[in-house]
Ligand binder design. Structure first.
Ligand code: ZN
Length: 198
């Protein structure tokens, strides 16, 4: 039976479905990647995680390790690379796991998915998930990493002050008003009436 950390593969897929909303191939493949990385960390190491894509993989890390975006132990660098690292949170030494394109040649459905070679409608999800299970760790590349010191310290947000535009607390070092009020908010407009939509 295939296992991902302490879970049977099928059990992991149900876990993925409830957390992620669907049995996403990326979270399935990501499970094996996390499993491989964890198996290489010395017993008892307190580790943090880095994920190099915002898509799917962060959820595999959050499901299988104590590292979450919310607790600050998972950092996401949006490079669009399907790769992750686990590393000693004090020393910065760890392992990086990625999907190796050469090894993917043996698994056409996985390759087609990762390289987006066919539209999702033509994707045979059952075959894809089955190939991910059969391939397991064999499609992963592994390399040692040492994380830069600047990422090992907890970043303090410094002094907090109240924004003179939105009247909400924000880190004072961001400027005279908060970053949202500087024009970086993702919302279209604020109307005085508080009426945002019809
Ligand atoms: Zn503001």
């Amino acid at each position: 039976m295939t296992k991902i950390c302490t879970y049977q593969f099928e059990e992991y897929l149900r876990f993925v479905e409830s957390f992620h909303g669907a049995v996403a191939p990326g979270v399935a493949a990501g499970g094996f990647m996390v499993d491989l990385a964890m198996s290489r960390m010395p017993e008892g190491t307190l580790f943090d995680a880095i994920c190099e894509t915002t898509a799917c993989l962060p959820d595999a890390i959050q499901l299988l390790t104590p590292c979450t975006v919310g607790n600050g132990w998972l950092k996401i660098f949006n490079f669009g690379r399907f790769a992750l690292s686990l590393y000693d949170k004090y020393k910065g030494e760890g392992v990086r796991v990625f999907l190796d394109p050469v090894k993917l040649e043996a698994w056409p459905e996985i390759k087609a998915w990762l390289f987006k070679l066919k539209p999702k409608s033509e994707q045979d999800k059952e075959v894809l998930i089955s190939q991910i299970e059969q391939a397991g760790h064999s499609v992963c590349g592994l390399q040692p990493v040492r994380v830069k010191a600047q990422y090992l310290e907890k970043k303090s947000r410094g002094r907090i002050t109240t924004c003179t535009v939105c009247h909400e607390p924000y880190p004072a070092r961001d400027g005279v008003v908060c970053r949202a009020c500087q024009g970086q908010a993702p919302y279209i407009s604020f109307t005085p009436s508080g009426q945002y939509w019809d």
